[in-house]
Design a protein around this ligand. Structure first.
Ligand code: F6R
Length: 609
């Protein structure tokens, strides 16, 4: 989730690019860079760290020129560093590229380009792009980009300049946002509207499969085969603050809506259906090692801990290796029984949570191999773990974790399939069945997000209550814990979750007329059992909202409201079921007038014990 700004016009490009990049700072990044052309030469300055560091590097003397591209990078392939920062160049330095997204087949392209004599400087996936453009350039930059993108798999928003064609920026979009800004005697490209809102409110919003060529007087949009596309001009009516949130009133809502894309990115380049293979670049667990594992610990805090609880069910089911899930602040002080036959999975969005990091260090000290699931490349957890799965969800700004949680679940599914395949506890048919269902998740998530009206109404209803209970069985139980945490942390409504069968062992005493109970019933083999627990609630006049798979008509007879979600493989259902839970919490918090993105007393990254 990086930022792109490009300018071509009569003014000096550098201050416009730096200002635009600053307006994207809220999204989070770890390095920044700009490239500027004038008729005589090109300047390229980039650095690890914030834009302030980049400005210090410039020493107050901005490079002159009316054409340029700038970038803020949030590391995916390759740690945050000066060399990995964008822009990137080809061997000659003639072609300069900024990129958002993930090139899934970069490794294969890189090997091919190296065999053709190209020399690479960075560890990034992006660097294949300028080298491909160099390879294909034959006097027309736009054509070279067209040929280049026909070789790319994955997602990209690309901006390219070249001293061979000064005065032009070419750009292309696939599954990563890109706009062209329309000015007078100047034009822009950007990944997000706030970057250029100072200069123009008139934009073309590019769709997937569209490219654009801009000069100071002209903006031409085509499809990837070069056919012109007539774009409507979009007039931005939002103010700068609303624009930062992509038009959403809160970052949390924006991040909830980003889940379909985040799901795709987490799976990108990792699932190969034809070969029935799961490929995890930074995981190096051999068959001998995995066969020697007697136990897996999953250690994390808060929402990440809830993801771990879902992971336990899935890993045990597919690999038959026992899994214990621990809260990091307890694990580190309880003298856990760990040795070289124990594998530890650490989950942390930020990769900086103090207790989680301490648990990682303790586990390694005791001889365990540690695999980390994290969202932040270059974080402490990612640097210290033996193996890593990045969730590639993009920066999460709202304090309440949403897309980080659901992508952690996808990462856990991937590792469960990977281990099960390696040690032979799963058939190819089952891998294919689960992996095929995983590929459908982005579209299914979109379906849920496209129909939120019921959730708005139900969220408002919940906002009027002091106590809400969540009950579920099987995978619906850890999911309920996450649903309850979301509600309490942002709406300040007291919320508790129970394994549905536990209700009658105490908590049922709290159920009286109108008390809301949210009951996910996605696990069909447990449906009848949960239904009888729901009936126990209804017999005390509780108010039950069920979350059920599409087609479950039976549930309607026993509850007050039903939220339907698309049906998926039962092991994957928490990835979809959590979305209505996140939205219920969100709308309840909004109805109560809470500060949704920054709930009281909480911080995004907890770096103290
Ligand atoms: C709740 C939430 C927290 C975090 C927890 C761990 O919405 O975000 O419970 O999950 O503080 O943080 P990370 O995953 O960064 O280690």
């Amino acid at each position: 989730m990086c930022g792109i700004v490009g300018y071509v016009g009569e003014k000096q490009a550098a201050p416009i690019l730096l200002d635009g990049l600053k307006r994207l700072e809220y999204r989070g990044y770890d390095s920044a860079g700009i490239a500027i052309h004038n008729c005589r030469h090109t300047s390229l300055i980039k650095t690890e760290g914030k834009i302030k560091v980049l400005e210090e590097k410039l020493g107050g003397a901005y490079p002159e020129g009316g054409v340029g591209i700038g970038h803020t990078r949030w590391a995916t392939h390759g740690k945050p560093s000066d060399v990995n920062a964008h822009p990137h160049t080809d061997c000659t330095g003639d072609f300069i590229v900024v990129h958002n997204g993930i090139i899934e087949n970069y490794q294969e392209l890189k090997e091919w380009l190296q065999s053709e004599g190209h020399v690479f400087k960075s560890e990034t996936d992006t660097e294949v792009v300028p080298h491909l453009i160099e390879h294909y350039y034959d006097g027309d930059l736009f054509e070279a980009l067209k040929k280049t993108i026909s070789r790319l798999e994955g997602s990209f928003a690309l901006g390219v300049i070249s001293r061979r064609e000064p005065g032009t920026i070419v750009a292309a979009r696939k599954s990563s946002p890109l706009i062209a800004g329309l000015g007078e005697g100047e034009n822009f490209i950007a990944s997000d509207i706030p970057a250029i809102l100072q200069h123009t409110r008139r934009v073309y919003i590019l769709e997937d499969g569209e490219m654009v060529k801009i000069t100071k007087d002209k903006v031409e949009v085509t499809d990837f085969t070069g056919n012109p596309v007539a774009k409507p001009v979009f007039e931005v009516k939002w103010d700068a603050v609303a624009a930062e949130k992509g038009g959403y009133p809160h970052f949390m809502l924006k991040e909830i809506h980003e889940q379909p894309k985040a799901f795709k990115d987490t799976m990108a380049g990792r699932i190969f259906l034809e070969k029935c293979e799961i490929k995890l670049d930074d995981v190096h667990l051999g068959r001998d090692y995995l066969q020697s594992i007697k136990k897996i610990f999953i250690v994390a805090c808060g929402t990440a801990y809830h993801a771990g609880m879902v992971g336990k069910y899935i890993i045990e089911k597919l690999t038959r290796i026992p899994v214990e899930v621990d809260i990091a602040s307890e694990f580190r002080y309880r003298d856990p029984m760990i040795d070289k036959n124990t594998m530890v999975i650490i989950i942390s969005q930020s990769g900086e949570t103090a207790d989680t990091l301490a648990a990682l260090r303790e586990s390694r000290k005791l001889g365990a191999r540690v695999l980390a699931i994290t969202n932040v490349v270059g974080s402490s957890v990612s640097r210290e773990a033996d193996d890593i799965i990045y969730t590639w969800a993009g920066p999460e700004i709202a304090v309440a974790s949403t897309k980080a949680y659901s992508t952690q679940l996808i990462a856990l599914d991937l590792i469960a399939l990977y281990i099960a395949k390696t040690i032979g506890t799963i058939s190819e048919d089952t891998i294919r069945e689960i992996a095929t269902a995983m590929k459908k998740l982005p579209e299914q998530a979109k379906t849920i997000l496209d129909s939120v009206d019921t959730l708005k109404t139900l969220g408002r209803k919940l906002s009027e209550h002091q106590d809400v209970f969540y009950i579920g069985r099987g995978l619906d139980y850890p999911l309920s814990l996450e649903g309850a945490l979301k509600l309490k942390e942002i709406s300040y409504i007291h919320a508790e979750a129970y394994a549905a069968g536990e209700l009658k062992h105490g908590t049922l005493a709290l159920i009286e007329e109108g008390v809301p109970v949210i009951a996910p019933v996605t696990q069909e083999h447990l449906f009848e059992k949960t239904l009888s627990n729901i009936k126990e609630v209804k017999a005390r006049d509780g108010y039950v909202i069920a979350i059920a798979n599409e087609g479950n008509e039976e549930i309607k007879k026993s509850v007050d409201d039903v939220i339907y979600i698309p049906k998926t493989h039962p092991l994957l259902s928490p990835i979809l079921t959590v979305i209505p839970m996140q939205l219920l919490a969100y709308y309840a918090a909004v109805a109560r007038g809470c500060d949704v993105d920054k709930p009281r007393n909480l911080a995004k990254s907890v770096t103290v014990e």
